[in-house]
Design a binder for this molecule. Structure first.
Ligand code: MRU
Length: 339
């Protein structure tokens, strides 16, 4: 690996290797494990994060759970690991998609001596499919550029959020390589700073001109005519197109509507939840109040204060100009029921 390169997640010699995203951009430290509990904890604390990446990591974790299991314990080990991983984060549907793919292979093959290898093969398949989906999203997204653009984005949707080159971020990167990007404005993304830490890290690695701003500054950028389009990822998309994404996304979509700026979502089809009709059915994760009260483990306000801390919000589909997937480009009104 060249010094300037980085990877977010890989499966090497029977272990999951991943970049600890809580330390970025100040330190690039990799972790290696074949212990599913360590992976579950890494997902909970956002060492591993982003909807598609949570899916890929949990697929490997569930497969690894039976690596050293005795035959008589294998069912209970698998089920315990499934439930543990499913309890890590509720909003990104990619997690459940991946766990259920592994579960289906397990159910059909649990009697076989090589079941562990079969589960790892399935996890690798989910992994390589995600890489391909990212590539296709990058290309499909080019159609939203009418001219060289200034783009605003929220949270992180790059290599650090997927197992490929990203979703919304990969559209920005592909467009930049085509000479279609002037400047990127990365929202800080309070409280965990995925924008100012992770998106900034990735933009820097790609030599894309950018600035970071606190989330509340987006409105002024728009008012001053500095933003041509906004693009974000999603954690779960309902059949009517309502999309859950990092808290603050809904506010951006409302601002775009007010300022007549197109607002796009990019996501792989693994982010679609075909079991829910609208965003009202999406479970929103609430995070520990410490993430708001503290910065870098130092209290910046009183721990006794009550905190409201949803990790995601839902943008109603009528505010979304277009949804880009690996297969297609959709516009409002969305009806993914017939897809
Ligand atoms: O809490 P996080 O950092 O996992 O939230 C991630 C996001 O909200 C991303 O925008 C989303 O998962 C899409 S990633 C391609």
């Amino acid at each position: 690996m060249k010094k300037t390169d980085y990877f977010a997640i890989d499966f090497v010699d029977g272990q999951l290797e991943f970049l600890d995203q809580t330390k970025l951009p100040l330190a690039e430290e990799y972790c290696k494990t074949d212990n599913y509990e360590i992976i579950a904890q890494a997902i909970e604390v956002l060492k591993l994060r982003g909807a598609p990446q949570i899916g890929v990591a949990s697929a490997y974790a569930l497969a690894l759970s039976i690596k050293n299991s005795a035959l008589e314990d294998i069912d209970s080990t698998f089920n315990t690991a499934y439930n543990r991983l499913a309890s890590t984060r509720p909003t990104a549907v990619n997690l459940f998609f991946a766990l259920n793919r592994i579960k289906n292979v397990y159910k059909e093959n649990s009697f076989r001596n090589d079941v562990y290898s079969l589960l790892i093969e399935e996890a690798k398949k989910i992994h390589s499919e995600d890489i391909e989906k990212c590539k296709a999203i990058g290309k499909n997204g080019l159609r939203i550029f009418k001219k060289k653009a200034n783009i605003l984005t929220h949270c992180n949707t790059g290599k650090l959020a997927t197992s490929g080159d990203g979703t919304a971020f990969n559209i920005i990167k592909t467009a930049f390589e085509e000479g279609l990007v002037n400047h990127v404005y990365a929202d800080e993304t309070r409280p965990l700073l995925q924008g100012s830490r992770l998106t900034a890290f990735e933009l820097e690695k790609c030599n894309i001109p950018f600035s970071i701003q606190t989330d509340s500054m987006a409105a002024v950028l728009m008012k001053e005519g500095k933003v041509d389009l906004v693009i974000t990822g999603a954690d779960r998309i309902a059949l009517n197109g309502d999309s859950a994404n990092k808290i603050g996304t809904y506010a951006l979509a409302v601002l775009c509507n007010f300022h007549n700026i197109p607002f796009y979502i990019a996501a792989p089809t693994t982010t679609f939840d075909k079991n829910i009709l609208t965003g009202a059915e999406i479970e929103i994760e609430f995070r520990n109040k410490k993430e708001v009260i503290e910065i870098n483990n130092t209290e910046v306000t009183k721990n006794s204060y009550d905190v409201y801390s949803p990790a995601f919000d839902v943008t109603p589909s009528f505010l979304i100009t277009g949804i880009i997937t690996e297969n297609d480009f959709y516009t409002f009104p969305y009806n993914f029921l017939y897809d």
